[in-house]
Write a protein that binds this ligand. Structure first.
Ligand code: ZN
Length: 253
């Protein structure tokens, strides 16, 4: 993932009504807690007071955490709509943290639009997602967007990685690994990005060495990956996604 901006959360004095943070889920989760501690703790995020502890435990009274299991349903947003109907005391701040907005359906997005655009005084939205490309434009255009990079290396040691870089080819071994795998759609997207970066680097290398055979090979794989990127796994479809990609890259197997 390329890094677009990396604003330090505490540097924002004004809190935008709606923010969209892009990055790997666990990383964003830590960052958002750090951010909320800075905003709500009277010592600007001391990390030890009751406020800070409650934020870390997701028990703070002025924050609603929304983490849908799979794809969003309007029911997931119900706590948000219930809360936002209440007017806050002046100077009171309230936050809604929405995880995985990559998987916001159009219906849910439409239900959210008005609240995000003009939330009642004191209410703020922080939307967390893995990829900007997956976000509905109607949502994206109403948010202040920040991107947070992630470390590629974590996924280079993933057991599936070797099957897509040429170092392992056996379809039998692949099927064994994928059937035992508990890879989620989020991890799949991270792994996919790592693979794409890997092949781009190999293409560049081959081009520098003017190795035509390797250029052609990398080019073919990048094209297949780009094609596959149009249908990245949705919740529950990760294994199928990897099986299809394996077949496309190893047509004889
Ligand atoms: Zn504190």
């Amino acid at each position: 993932m390329t890094q677009i901006t990396q604003p330090h959360p505490s540097s924002l004095i004004f809190i935008p009504p709606a923010q969209l943070w892009i990055g790997p889920a666990p990383h964003l989760s830590d960052l958002v807690k750090e951010y909320l501690q800075k905003k709500l703790c009277s010592h600007k995020g001391c990390n030890v007071c009751t406020t800070c502890t409650r934020i870390r435990d997701e028990q703070h009274h002025a924050i609603v955490w929304i983490k849908p299991e799979k794809q969003y349903s309007v029911d997931d947003l119900e706590p948000l709509f219930k809360q936002i109907a209440f007017q806050l005391e002046s100077a009171e701040q309230f936050f809604f943290i929405l995880y995985g907005v990559d998987f916001l359906t159009t219906t849910c997005a439409n239900a959210l639009l008005k609240s995000i655009e003009e939330p009642p005084t004191g209410y703020h939205f922080i939307l967390l997602a893995q990829r900007l490309k997956q976000i509905l434009p109607t949502i994206r255009s109403r948010c202040v967007v920040s991107s947070f990079s992630h470390d590629d290396d974590e996924y280079k040691s993933h057991p599936l990685f070797a099957f897509f870089t040429g170092s392992q080819k056996s379809p039998i071994d692949f099927m064994k690994i994928i059937d035992q795998s508990k890879i989620t759609e989020r991890e799949s997207i991270e792994l996919f990005d790592t693979l794409l970066n890997h092949w781009m680097a190999r293409y560049k290398n081959a081009a520098q060495q003017q190795n035509l055979l390797n250029i052609a090979r990398a080019d073919k794989i990048i094209k297949t990956l780009n094609h596959a990127s149009k249908e990245l796994p949705m919740p529950g479809s990760s294994k199928l996604f990897w099986k299809n990609l394996f077949l496309q890259l190893h047509p004889s197997s």
